[in-house]
Design a protein around this ligand. Structure first.
Ligand code: C2E
Ligand code: MG
Ligand code: MG
Ligand code: MG
Length: 287
């Protein structure tokens, strides 16, 4: 009967909720272990000046080197870490690791090398992030401009004062701020005006079909014009083909990043493949 069916639905629903929280807890438990056992690793992907193909810097991209599952990408665990708060500890590790690597590469013959680090909304709670960034820069004697912090507009959507204060303080410190995945959200334009962004990264969704889709060509062209008009450095993400690169070069997109130049790799491989192409002065263009 109806009552019975209702009860079953309720039971089923409870089971779902229970399964979900058990699954979250299980992943959190494994992640915590991963941190303790030092199983997190950073891979590095070059970003390249479009006009010269010179390597300007790298983005640090997190992986979990799991004994069970191999190299696991962030999409599988970042949201859980964000949900449980573990991202604060993980983010702390990422920032330290990336800054140490940045300092090492700048000292190894690439004095203008830059490092981009992704930061999650949860890391903006309280005032820890600012202190942590200051400390990382100071302990390696890094100029703030060598570090780029990448956020998505999801961070800005709730309009929290502490987020705003931290972003403004990071900007004042001289850290570069990048709006990541630009174009995939709802109201990025006003955020560009209200926060001290230096860099706009066009999401790869718009880059993918540049060869075939006139709408994407129009959107990307307009985004580049707007970004440069605002004095921002514009980066295209997910560049995979020579055709995409040619279009972006014609539109004077400042920087490109993607598999065409290189996928994210371990530090030793990065050094071998890229560091020699990063020597010399970084040209001072739109940035
Ligand atoms: P994102 O910051 O937008 O990073 C770019 C993503 O695109 C990376 O995926 C990169 O491997 C991938 N990619 C780069 N070039 C190409 C290309 O030519 N084609 C295609 N198909 N993909 C390309 P990944 O490493 O899986 O990272 C996914 C997202 O996870 C990142 O997106 C970022 O939002 C987040 N993430 C990565 N590392 C961290 C971290 O240390 N902390 C936090 N909070 N988030 C991170
Ligand atoms: Mg990023
Ligand atoms: Mg992105
Ligand atoms: Mg992304």
């Amino acid at each position: 009967d109806a009552k019975e069916a209702g009860r079953n639905t309720w039971r089923f629903f409870n089971q779902l909720v229970h399964d979900r929280s058990v699954r979250l807890l299980a992943i959190e438990h494994r992640l915590r272990g991963a941190l303790q056992r030092d199983e997190l690793v950073l891979l590095y992907q070059p970003f390249v000046e479009t006009s010269s193909h010179r390597v300007v810097g790298a983005e640090a991209l997190l992986r979990w080197n799991s004994p069970d599952d191999g190299l696991v990408g962030p999409d599988a665990f970042i949201s859980v870490a964000e949900h449980t708060g573990l991202i604060v500890e993980i983010g702390d590790w990422v920032m330290r690791r990336a800054c140490a690597q940045l300092a090492a590469w700048r000292n190894a013959g690439a004095p203008d090398f830059r490092m981009a680090v992704n930061v999650s909304p949860r890391q903006f709670r309280g005032d820890k992030l600012l202190a942590q960034v200051r400390e990382c820069l100071a302990s390696h004697a890094l100029p703030a401009g060598a570090l780029q912090i990448e956020v998505t507009e999801g961070l800005l959507i709730r309009n929290q004062p502490e987020v705003r204060e931290t972003l403004l303080a990071l900007g004042e410190l001289g850290v570069r701020l990048a709006m990541d995945d630009f174009g995939t959200g709802y109201s990025s334009l006003s955020y560009l005006k209200r926060f001290p962004f230096d860099t706009l990264k066009i999401d790869r969704e718009f880059v993918r079909d540049l060869g075939q889709d006139p709408d994407d060509r129009a959107l990307v062209t307009a985004t580049i014009r707007m970004g440069k008009g605002l004095g921002l450095s514009v980066v295209a993400e997910g560049v995979e083909t020579a055709q995409q690169l040619q279009f972006l070069a014609e539109q004077e997109c400042d920087l490109v990043q993607g598999f065409l130049f290189g996928e994210p790799v371990h530090p030793a491989e990065f050094e071998e493949r890229w560091l020699n192409r990063a020597v010399g002065d970084t040209p001072t263009h739109a940035a």
